[in-house]
Design a protein around this ligand. Structure first.
Ligand code: ATP
Length: 472
């Protein structure tokens, strides 16, 4: 085994975001949406490595929260739902943000976010429109665009995207693009509990797109208008036990972030104070990550009581109670909701994994992605383009491809090929050289340490299986 001299480079918070965005473009993780038309603001497309990373995260999430538990099931519901769903959920009435206009430059902003930026989240949370207008005025808070302190009063702006179903654009054909995946779970509660014969407590998980007409999207994929969520509704008995179950969910969510390899000192929990809580919630926490632009919500867990099922029962006229056969009683289940954003998880992972170091005097960028989510698990290189080496390399690729996402690359210097794989976070590189022809072994290089060892061709699969925990 060959040891390398590695020195980590320090990267400032200001530079980090820019470097990650540049790497995402350079290495095919994330592109600007509609780029050849000048781009559509705040839309992002996941490129070849981005989609592999995203799929791995979603598969691992499903494994952690659905397959590895007996009390969880999955669902994939429609994006378009009956408009009454959004009346029942309260989204039509109150899914809005406080909008303020700068009178000078005419840009629009979220009033609460302006306050949060200057005075902190406590000062901004749970404030009425009047309070927001007053705080902005009192502190003469500046416009983030032009610096003037001349805003209109705050007013409600509903975040739901509206469209029409069918050929006639009239009031009765309005449908909404779902702003969260959760409601699909509530409206299927009766189907699932009747057909799947699960005893409470049980939960339903769903991964899918959601849409919010955000006033101020930004920070790359942190806040966008089209994004993906991974949500769970966990149905429990109405009892004092809720806090214990809530804490178990908090633990399980933290374990999930550990499983992704996210640095634990960059994660914290923030509990919503009374003013921030929805009227039906007894407890809500956000798990936050230390992004280069500050601490931001990565996911949230809310105890929602029986609000959702009660409202849907009322608005649909259907019975959404659960019958407990053991106790011979009927009740509306209460709900604990862990809600994750796929794109925010990806941004977190990219920021957390980005590093630069110097190996034996040579600088490199390396994405220290957890092997289970790395887009490519191993890259196979013939040292030089010679038919004997190419043949062995191709055979190894064919042997591995059905079990692992692997890449074969014969172009450019070996150093350049290593650098490229380091930048996309490939945990192992397998090199075939002239000795391979005689000793039937290859060199396997580990990404973070750049350590190399000789391994028999027959044992490659074993080495990969040991080092790479597969998401599927
Ligand atoms: P924020 O306060 O940051 O707007 P939120 O509290 O409105 O978020 P939730 O309604 O709790 O968010 O949604 C659950 C999760 O969905 C969030 O924790 C986040 O990961 C993700 N999410 C919400 N809005 C967006 C968005 N506009 N872009 C990307 N992800 C989002």
């Amino acid at each position: 085994m060959k040891n390398r001299q590695i020195q980590d480079k320090k990267i400032s918070e200001e530079d980090l975001m820019e470097k990650v965005v540049a790497l995402c473009k350079r290495r095919g993780f994330i592109f600007q949406g509609s780029e050849i038309y000048g781009g559509l603001a705040n839309t992002w497309d996941y490129g070849p490595y981005g989609v592999e990373l995203k799929n791995n995260i979603k598969t691992l999430w499903w494994k952690h929260f659905v397959h590895e538990r007996e009390d969880m099931m999955g669902l994939d519901s429609s994006i378009l739902m009956h408009p009454r769903v959004w009346e029942a959920s309260g989204h039509i009435e109150s899914f809005s943000d406080p909008l303020v206009d700068c009178r000078k430059c005419k840009e629009r902003f979220r009033g609460d976010k302006i306050i949060e930026e200057h005075l902190g989240i406590k000062e901004a949370a749970g404030k009425s429109l009047k309070e927001i207008s007053d705080i902005i005025k009192k502190h003469k808070l500046p416009c983030p665009n032009c610096g003037a302190s001349d805003f209109t009063a705050a007013r409600e702006f509903n975040l739901m995207f509206r469209t029409h179903q069918g050929v006639i654009e009239e009031e009765s054909s309005i449908v909404y693009m779902r702003p969260e995946t959760a409601q699909g779970i509530f409206v299927n509660f009766r189907n699932i509990s009747a057909i799947m014969r699960k005893k409470i407590p049980f939960g339903v998980a769903q991964i899918g797109k959601a849409f919010r007409n955000e006033i101020t999207p930004g920070n790359f994929i942190y806040r966008t208008r089209e994004f993906e969520q991974m949500e769970i509704e966990y149905f429990i008995k109405p009892s004092d036990e809720w806090e214990k179950i809530f804490n178990q969910w908090e633990k399980s969510c933290k374990e999930w972030f550990e499983r992704l390899g996210i640095k634990s000192d960059h994660i914290r929990t923030r509990e919503h104070d009374k003013k921030e809580l929805s009227h039906y919630s007894k407890k809500t926490i956000d798990i936050e990550y230390k992004f280069p632009f500050g601490w931001g919500e990565l996911m949230g867990i809310a105890y929602r009581g029986d609000f959702d099922l009660k409202r849907h029962a009322e608005f649909s006229g259907q019975d959404l109670t659960y019958f407990d056969q053991e106790k011979n009683e009927r009740f509306i289940p209460h709900v604990i909701e862990p809600s994750f954003g796929v794109d925010r998880t990806i941004l977190t992972i990219l920021i957390d994994a980005y590093s630069e170091d110097v190996i034996d005097g040579e600088s490199r960028v390396v994405m220290k992605l957890h092997p289970s989510i790395a887009p490519v698990k191993a890259a196979i290189f013939p040292l030089i383009k010679k038919p004997e080496l190419i043949k062995i390399g191709r055979d190894i690729f064919d042997e591995l491809k059905s079990e692992f996402k692997v890449e074969y690359d014969e172009s450019g210097s070996i150093g350049k090929r290593y650098r490229r794989q380091d930048e996309i976070g490939t945990p192992l590189c397998i090199t075939i050289d002239f000795d391979t022809i005689n000793d039937k072994s290859v060199t396997i290089r580990e990404r973070n340490s750049a350590k190399q060892k000789r391994v028999q061709i027959d044992s490659i699969k074993e080495v990969l299986a040991e080092n790479i925990y597969q998401p599927s």
